[in-house]
Design a protein. Structure first.
Length: 105
């Protein structure tokens, strides 16, 4: 099984539209259209799991650069998700000069 990244499509693109484009090249296990967690609106990219590696390679070659909804698709093999460390300073209160937390005379 190979996981593909599909990006640069219109926010109005739907899962059935993506399935129609990719099913020509092989069987798909899953289509995950990524949405903003706060607004629920699409973010313009998706992940597609294809069951056969050779079919996934054929889909990458054929669909990368293909125009859908007036935009050229970007398709490649998805990289594994990495753990992100928390942002330094996020949510921490600073004190001292230059940040507004120091004493004022």
């Amino acid at each position: 099984m190979k996981n593909l990244y599909v990006g640069n499509f219109s926010f109005s693109t739907t899962e059935p539209e993506l399935r129609t484009v990719f099913e020509r090249y092989g069987a798909m296990q899953n289509v995950n259209l990524v949405q903003d967690q706060y607004t629920g609106k699409p973010r313009g990219f998706a992940f597609i799991e294809m069951t056969d590696d050779a079919e996934a390679a054929a889909a990458i070659t054929a669909v990368n650069g293909l125009e859908l909804g007036g935009r050229a698709l970007v398709v490649n093999e998805a990289r594994p998700k990495t753990e992100r460390s928390p942002r330094s300073g996020a949510g921490q209160r600073r004190s001292g000069s230059g940040y507004g937390g120091g004493r004022r005379y």
